[in-house]
Design a binder for this molecule. Sequence first.
Ligand SMILES: [Zn+2]
Length: 149
Amino acid sequence: MLTEKQREQLKEVLEGEQQRLLRNAQDGLAFSMNRERNIGRDSIDESMEEELFSTELRLRDREKFLLNKIKSALERLSEGTIDECESCGESIGFKRLLARPVTTLCIDCKEEAEKEEASLVHERPGGAGLRDDLGSGSSEDLAPGTPEE
Ligand SMILES: [Zn+2]
């Protein structure tokens, strides 16, 4: 069970990330509108522009995906179930939650899922980035100095 303080801390992390993603989404929108205004001009390099545009769409999909994850994590937080592993029902350690606040699996189930996932994602470039991890953290370990509570 999480303490009030721990819940507050998770909420801050989640809401901070939510804000960051929403800002990114707005930047993406400005980019698209800018692009529409440029239609009709002589295009310097259309294929380059197409590529930029599709990259931006892909990014926005990822943001949408993460925003949904954050939204449901906030819901679980308010229901008091954020630290319950959805697979085995064991509690998820607070340190793990702080590092991966959108996770729904305890470390054991996560490792199981990753093994399964590893055999499924290979045909989807970049698919491995769409896991329950926020940002680009490369490991489950916490950075040194992360507070205990
Ligand atoms: Zn579990």
